[in-house]
Design a protein around this ligand. Sequence first.
Ligand code: HEC
Ligand code: HEC
Length: 272
Amino acid sequence: MKLKVKTIFCIILLISFIACKEDNIEGDLTAIPYKPDNYVVNLPSHFPPLSTPQDNPLTSQGIQLGRHLFYDPILSADSSMSCASCHLPEFAFTDANATSLGIDGLPGTRSSMSLINVGFVQSGLFWDGRAKTLEDQAILPVEDPIELHNTWPDVVNKLRSHAVYPRMFREAFGIRNTSEITKELAAKAIAQFERIIISKDSKFDRIQQGKDFYTDLELIGQGLYFDNDPDLPDAECGHCHNTPLATSDDFFNNGITQSSTLEGFRTLVVVK
Ligand code: HEC
Ligand code: HEC
């Protein structure tokens, strides 16, 4: 009996070892040309520059790969969710829920953030700023138990044995062999895609450039928002949500008391 238990234990250990290992799936890619095209972002004159890390310049091929990874449920354990499940383009790349649900239907404790103009963030990502760069951030959702609940070795194996991804990694990063596909390169590509999620031609932007005008009602709102007239009551918004990106890229105490539990609040979650 004892031996049986031991054998079963060993088998489980062996399976989990195999399951957690990146396979060295080999495939020579050198016949595929590697000619990345620099991607130039044209920004209006009232925008700050978009800085990109030296080791991850924007290329059309990198952005294309990142876009595929962002929308592909291959990143989740049961192939049911992608980044875009919580960051939907039609909701400014958030999910319009108070807290987001992951692949197991479990709610996290925070609301999914909009990714519009996320490439301009300098002060740290997430509500608490704990991820420094988009490259660091993109690694995390895959293994988050409430989000994609997968392991990177599993994702990397799926990418290495995929019909299309090895070619795309070659074209984006010049890897010579399928076995060179890594989570770091996947994260770099996703970061490139996120850097071009830019909103730069809203009515507000056009007014900043002298190409459009406020309606009378908008003008009153603008005055309150930016505290234009010291003699009138003001809403102080512009101190924290300032031009041109409607954020000062800073962390604030906005006066909302901390909640130790989201019970009660969760009943408000809109489940699609
Ligand atoms: C289950 C829902 C969910 C999934 C799936 C998900 N996210 Fe998020 N995302 C969130 C939530 C919630 C936050 C805020 C979390 C926090 O502050 O702790 C967030 C924050 C972010 C931020 C920070 C934005 C900022 O302005 O600071 C980025 C970038 C991001 N996610 C990208 C991704 C990428 C890339 C993927 C796929 C690899 C992904 N997310 C998958 C829910 C999700
Ligand atoms: C002290 C700084 C501060 C002031 C002043 C301020 N906000 Fe905010 N605002 C924040 C912070 C920080 C957040 C995000 C954190 C949160 O939701 O708790 C936020 C979130 C928001 C959001 C949600 C954005 C999103 O992506 O979900 C809106 C809309 C908003 N503020 C509008 C306003 C308006 C309108 C005013 C003026 C009446 C204002 N804020 C004044 C700091 C401020």
